[in-house]
Design a binder for this molecule. Sequence first.
Ligand SMILES: [Zn+2]
Length: 76
Amino acid sequence: MALHYVCRHCQSQVGTLDQERLATTNLGFDVLTNAERQNMISFMSNGDLEIKTICEECQEALDQSPHYHEQQTFLQ
Ligand SMILES: [Zn+2]
């Protein structure tokens, strides 16, 4: 079993964790609600898990867009 991290915005593969690393990695799933978990995690046909996350590029774009939006609002 492996975990595949996929960007929820651009669908690019962010990373993969195999089971050996899973055993020693705190995934943080325990802080998520069941709904969040179901929303983030999907089972693939081969038994692997796909985790929806966000890649660096999309994170940067999101970090920048609120400022852009603020500026637009300010200019009006
Ligand atoms: Zn992305």
